[in-house]
Write a protein that binds this ligand. Structure first.
Ligand SMILES: Nc1ncnc2c1ncn2[C@@H]1O[C@H](COP(=O)(O)OP(=O)(O)OP(=O)(O)O)[C@@H](O)[C@H]1O
Ligand SMILES: [Mg+2]
Length: 246
């Protein structure tokens, strides 16, 4: 089992949306996924992950567990491992909080999402408080397309941290995952032909879903110790933009 902890020391950074999007990405690859809610809303009626899980009720490969203390985190992680879960995705709170620290400690990979440069700076400045050696910590830019200049600024603001090349796009279909359930299912439900009404919405959702899948692959590579790099001085005739390095 691989454990991926989504971390940001600022509220509203896109942790929960990233968790849901990656869960969809891994499910589409046929993986068994457990989402662990270690956020402040774990156990609350208003939990967005609970609402989302209800929308995802038909997905037998997905499980949601909620944790409010160290033991719960450890017990649920051990149970997931014993059940043969492939990926454990942990959503966390913005404040320093016991379950979050345990989740950071047990992570194979930590993903720090940032919607803007402010969050990215907070993460790079706050790192020392949370980690001794943040070897497996990657920044994730949330943005893209019409928010391109901001996405570039956010990427820069991560400074020395490695950042995923794939972004999580800003998309209605992603912000509505709690209402729609799986982004893949949502895209399928919108599916229509170019001359039919709703095609633009379908295309936008489909592009977002493609980007989520790209990101999922990149996360998987990172778990295997690879990361994408720009390809300089490439001699090959085929124009590849990036390569994976160990
Ligand atoms: N990729 C995206 N596309 C569209 N909207 C997004 C995207 N990511 C996040 N949002 C919106 O931004 C807001 C914050 O995102 P989210 O709830 O994931 O952040 P969080 O870090 O979990 O916040 P909290 O501190 O409340 O737990 C939400 O309203 C969400 O709908
Ligand atoms: Mg959240």
């Amino acid at each position: 089992m691989k454990t991926v902890t989504i971390f940001a020391n600022k509220g509203g950074s896109g942790r929960t949306v990233s968790t849901m999007a990656l869960a969809s990405g891994f499910l589409a690859q046929g993986r068994r996924v457990t989402v662990m809610d270690c956020s402040d809303l774990a156990g609350c009626e208003a939990s967005p992950l609970r609402a989302w899980r209800e929308q995802m009720a038909t997905r037998a490969q997905l499980d949601l567990v909620e944790c409010q203390g160290q033991e719960e985190v450890e017990d649920n992680a051990a149970a997931a491992e014993a059940q043969g879960i492939d990926v454990l995705l942990v959503d966390t709170s913005a404040r320093i909080y016991e379950p979050q620290l345990v989740a950071l400690d047990m992570a194979d990979l930590i993903i720090a999402p940032a919607i803007g440069s402010l969050e990215a700076k907070r993460i790079t400045h706050g790192i020392g408080k949370f980690f001794d050696t943040p070897e497996q910590l990657y920044g994730l830019v949330i943005g893209g397309q019409n928010r391109l200049p901001q996405a570039t600024k956010t990427r820069k603001a991560f400074g020395f941290l490695p950042v995923f090349k794939s972004e999580l796009p800003w998309a209605e279909a992603l912000s509505e995952q709690m209402l729609n359930g799986d982004i893949a299912q949502f895209v399928a439900s919108l599916s229509c032909k170019p001359d039919e009404p709703g095609f633009a919405r379908f295309r936008a959702a489909q592009m977002a879903w493609n980007a989520v899948q790209r990101l999922t692959f990149e996360v998987e590579w990172a778990l295997d110790g690879y990361r994408l790099e720009e390809l300089d001085n490439d001699q090959s005739k085929v124009p590849f933009g990036r390569r994976a390095v160990a």
